[in-house]
Ligand binder design. Structure first.
Ligand SMILES: N[C@@H](CCC(=O)N[C@@H](CS)C(=O)NCC(=O)O)C(=O)O
Length: 216
């Protein structure tokens, strides 16, 4: 299977994380937004939404959207629970990630750390910071309810909800969000990073998770 990603895509990182935990080797084709790769006719033919990640299956099918790809890869593994009510709880946290968590955190990181093209004191970015903090408070309260060994949507083993919520939470400090006010999140991030097969954003270089330079 081949994953189309970009070097710093948090949404594609979700897929590489789960593949690492499952021991699945993915071929990787890393595209460049700046070069216009995501607007090329060739990419749009396999990715109608014009975004990464896209997973190319060996039978020629292409899957877009990180949630759909996590769901696909997790089938038959403990990362997608067998019980239907548990599955619904995982889906609820996947929806939360897409609707309330990813966008404000991704916008803060993209514009305040990577592009450095927006004013953190501007109205739009104050709004994103407020939304990001609210989302992290909700996640912290949930993790605290789940207990010291629990996971976002499950208690006995992690699920794809943990994978989905990890990247933009881990990268939140790049957008000026202080995670020290979220002790349950901090402990959970550490537990994820201890799982066998954990992959940092830059393979083999966890210290580069927060890097912003082109060469990193
Ligand atoms: N809902 C999508 C969001 C994907 C997304 O925002 N991808 C970004 C990279 S992290 C992208 O391709 N941005 C380029 C663009 O939108 O033009 C998912 O979860 O996969």
């Amino acid at each position: 299977m081949k994953l189309y990603d970009t070097q710093r895509s948090g949404n594609a990182w979700k897929v590489r994380l789960l593949a690492g935990f499952l021991g699945i080797a993915l071929e990787r084709e890393t595209l460049s937004i700046d070069r216009g790769d995501l607007r090329s006719p060739g990419f749009l033919a396999i990715a109608p939404m014009g975004q990464v990640p896209v997973l190319a299956l060996d039978n020629g099918t292409h899957l877009g959207e990180s949630m759909a790809i996590l769901y696909f890869l997790a089938q038959g593994s403990p990362w997608w629970p067998g019980d239907v009510a548990r599955q619904a709880q995982v889906l609820a946290w996947l929806s939360f990630e897409q609707e309330r968590h990813m966008k404000p955190l991704a916008q803060l990181r993209l514009h305040l750390a990577l592009h450095r093209d927006r004013d953190p004191a501007g109205e739009e970015f104050i709004h994103f910071a407020r939304e990001a903090r609210q989302s992290l408070q909700i996640l912290d309260a949930q993790l605290s309810r789940q207990g010291a060994t629990g996971w976002v949507a499950t208690t006995d083993a992690p699920s794809i909800a943990d994978v989905a919520l990890y990247p933009y939470t881990r990268l939140a400090p790049m957008g000026g969000i202080d995670l020290s006010a979220c002790p349950a999140i901090t402990a959970w991030l550490g537990r994820i990073e201890q799982l066998p097969g954990y992959q940092p954003l830059f393979p083999g270089a966890p210290e580069k998770n927060f890097s912003t330079s082109e060469s990193a």
